[in-house]
Design a protein around this ligand. Sequence first.
Ligand SMILES: [Zn+2]
Ligand SMILES: [Zn+2]
Length: 316
Amino acid sequence: MPPLSPQQVLLEVSACGVCRTDLHVLDGELANARYPVTPGHEIVGRVLAVGGPGVPFKLGERVGVPWLGFTCGECRYCKLKLENLCERAGFTGCTLDGGYAEHAVADARYCFAIPKRYDDEHAAPLLCAGLIGYRAYRAAGDGENLGLYGFGAAAHLLAQLARAQGRRVFAFTRRGDDAAQRFARELGAVWAGDSESAPPEELDAAILFAPIGALVPAALAATRKGGRVVCAGIHMSDIPSFPYRLLWGERTVTSVANLTRADGLEFMRVAADVDLAPAIECFALADANDALARLRGGELRGAAVLTMRGRAKTAA
Ligand SMILES: [Zn+2]
Ligand SMILES: [Zn+2]
């Protein structure tokens, strides 16, 4: 148990979501990751101890810990209220120890209260898939036809939100992934198909969750003039060259990086109002590698969640 600084809380972890970013950490694809590190940045836990009187959470209170774990408050980005781009940011489960653990330490200034309607396991995916997904959703603008490339943890939550807000979702999956396409239709997508195929209508915007650069020109080709293509992942394979006509017509390609605390507060308000139903598959902490392998293989329906109460399948 590390000693706490005055802003920190010690948490008993009850659940931690498994995110694609964890695979990038595992595979050494993120330049700033610190090794060894405890992965996991969708932590739900209860406060066991506080480092000082300024911490706004009480003992026993449930809190969520997201990807953004620290910012400097002094760099040009922090001063511009773009703390998601902070030069000296700390990231949970990447440069700071995360939640694949029974206990975790977090800076309370970056933790969130979680809406009561979600239990611990269902709340975990909200903390990255939901929250950074929501930042991408806002960046996509408010057009009616929204394309989601890669129908995993983030997209299945956004599809529910988009539908609740009267938008039309077009879901793109790996070629022939009938299960994911059926899942998307069950969640209200008006169309679901392979990521290389053209949707039946032009998109107003597209969000890319799949880490595949070739999807950028594919999404541009499916998007109307003036539309936006938002890359929401932290890592992507190289984007192939493509004809300028795909970008012409004031189409925009942009990325979404990390989150701000304001995003988190706004998303938690949205999640308190809209009854999101995270589809989860729970794994014991000792089975974390199983969960990661299933995520890598595209075998999950929704999100994988490690539950510290669960009994391991593989442990003796
Ligand atoms: Zn994540
Ligand atoms: Zn900063």
